[in-house]
Design a protein around this ligand. Structure first.
Ligand SMILES: *Cc1c(COP(=O)(O)O)cnc(C)c1O
Length: 395
C-alpha cells in the first residue's frame, strides 16, 4: 500500500507494535543451561518461580508452558466444571474466556467501563447467579482493574478470583503488586509481553491448597507426595495419578531466559512509563484523539498503548486510518475484537450488542507501538505519522 498521496512514508523501516529486548546476559544464561544437566524439570524452573514470587510478593508461583495453560490450570484448580458460570470481560485476548470453555463452563461477559476500558465493576453483581463460580478480571493494557469491589463480591458470593495479568507484570494496585492480592494471578511471557521466556506463563498464589492443585495439573495429575497417595508404602520409585492433568511444563532453557529478563523488569517498566507519558502529552493535543483514563489506584506498567478516535471528526473510518498508518511503516494493531464476536463464540449463541461499550471501543481503537527497545526517534516517527494521517483525513 502507498503512503498518503503516493508520497514517501514517514519511516522506511517497519516499526513493530511490540518486541522483546534480548541482551548478551540473556543469551549466556540460555547457553549455560544447554551446557548443563537439565533441559527441563531442573532447578532453574523453581529458581525462576521464586524470582517471580519474590518480585510480586506472593507465597507461591507455578511456571508453565504458556499463559493460556496457566489460565487453564488455574480454572481447574478453582474447581470450575460443567454448568458453572465464570464472569469475565469481552475486551481481552480469547484465552481469558477459552480457559472457561476448556472446563466445560460458560463465560459470562460483563461490559467494560467507557473510560478505563477495564471490566465495569458496577455491572458485575447483576450477572452473578447461583451457578457463578469465579471472576476472571483482566488488567487490560496493564492498567489494574479496581480489585476491591471484585474481592468484596467474591467474599459475599463465595467466588474464586483469577486475575488475568498477562498485560500487567509490574503493575501495582493501591501500592501492592498485582500477583500478591487475589486467589490466583496469571502472567504471560510471550515475546510481546513485559518480560519473555519465548513461550511461558506463571500463576502466583498465596494459598497452599491451590498451589498443590496447580503443580498436580501441570504434570498429568501425577503426585509423588505420599500425603496424597492411596498406596503410601509401595516403594521409592512409585507415583500415582490422582487427577486428570496435562503436560504443561516449562523448560529450564525458558526459565533461564526468564531469570535474566526479570533482572531487567524495572528498567523495562521505566521506559514503558516514559513512552506512555510522551504519548499522552503529544496525543492529548491532537483533535479527534481520546486517551485512556487511568484509575488513581493503578500504578501501571503499560503493555499496550491505545489511541481511541472520535470518528465523527474524520472523513474516513478506522480501517482507512489504520491502513494509512501501516503504509507509513508504523506497526499499528487492534486489541481486541470483543471475544464473543468471534465466529466460534457467536455459534455458542452470544449476540452482537451484548456489550455495547466494548463494541464501541473496538470500532474506534488503534494500538500504537510500545516496547522498551523503542527509541525516541521511533516514537517521533509514530507521532509524525499520526499527525500526517489524521491531519489528511480530518473533516
Ligand atoms: C497473552 C495473553 C494471554 C496468554 O497468552 P499466551 O500466549 O498463552 O502466553 C492471556 N490473556 C491475555 C489478555 C493475553 O494478552
Amino acid at each position: 500500500m502507498l503512503a498518503i498521496n503516493g508520497g514517501t512514508p514517514v519511516r522506511n523501516k517497519f516499526l513493530p507494535y511490540g518486541k522483546q529486548v534480548i541482551d548478551e546476559d540473556d543469551i549466556k544464561s540460555v547457553v549455560n543451561i544447554l551446557n548443563g544437566d537439565y533441559l527441563t524439570t531442573g532447578p532453574t524452573v523453581s529458581e525462576f518461580e521464586k524470582k517471580v514470587a519474590d518480585y510480586v510478593g506472593s507465597k507461591y508461583a507455578v511456571a508453565v508452558s504458556n499463559g493460556t495453560a496457566a489460565l487453564h490450570i488455574a480454572c481447574l484448580s478453582a474447581g470450575i466444571k460443567e454448568d458453572d458460570e465464570v464472569i469475565t470481560t469481552p475486551m481481552t485476548f480469547a484465552a481469558s474466556a477459552n480457559c472457561i470453555l476448556y472446563c466445560g463452563a460458560k463465560p459470562v461477559f460483563v461490559d467494560i467501563d467507557k473510560e478505563t476500558y477495564n471490566i465495569d465493576v458496577n455491572e458485575i453483581e447483576k450477572k452473578i447467579t447461583h451457578k457463578t463460580k469465579a471472576i476472571i478480571p483482566v488488567h487490560f493494557t496493564g492498567q489494574s482493574v479496581d480489585l476491591d469491589p471484585i474481592l468484596e463480591l467474591a467474599k459475599k458470593y463465595n467466588l474464586i478470583v483469577i486475575e488475568d495479568a498477562a498485560h500487567a507484570l509490574g503493575t501495582k494496585y493501591k501500592g501492592k503488586f498485582i500477583g500478591s492480592i487475589s486467589d490466583m494471578t496469571e502472567f504471560s511471557f510471550h515475546p510481546v509481553k513485559t518480560v519473555t521466556t519465548a513461550e511461558g506463563g506463571i500463576i502466583t498464589t498465596n494459598r497452599k491448597d491451590l498451589y498443590e492443585k496447580l503443580i498436580l495439573f501441570r504434570t498429568h495429575g501425577i503426585t509423588r507426595n505420599t500425603e496424597f497417595m492411596e498406596n503410601k508404602d509401595e516403594g521409592p520409585w512409585y507415583y500415582e495419578q490422582i487427577d486428570l492433568g496435562y503436560n504443561y511444563r516449562i523448560t529450564d532453557l525458558q526459565c533461564a531466559l526468564g531469570i535474566t529478563q526479570m533482572d531487567k523488569l524495572d528498567g523495562f517498566i521505566k521506559r514503558r512509563k516514559e513512552l506512555v507519558g510522551m504519548y499522552n502529552e503529544y496525543l492529548s493535543k491532537i483533535d479527534g484523539v481520546i486517551i485512556q483514563k487511568e484509575g488513581e489506584f493503578s500504578d501501571t506498567s503499560r503493555h499496550l498503548y491505545i489511541m481511541k478516535l472520535d470518528l465523527d471528526k474524520f472523513k474516513v473510518g478506522r480501517k482507512e486510518i489504520f491502513e494509512a498508518l501501516f503504509a507509513e511503516n508504523i506497526g499499528v494493531n487492534v486489541h481486541y475484537l470483543p471475544v464473543y464476536l468471534h465466529p466460534y463464540y457467536k455459534n455458542l449463541d452470544y449476540k452482537k450488542g451484548l456489550c455495547p461499550n466494548a463494541e464501541e471501543l473496538y470500532n474506534s481503537m488503534i494500538t500504537l507501538p510500545l516496547y522498551p527497545g523503542m527509541s525516541n526517534d521511533d516514537f517521533y516517527d509514530v507521532i509524525n505519522a499520526v499527525n500526517k494521517v489524521l491531519g489528511y483525513y480530518r473533516k
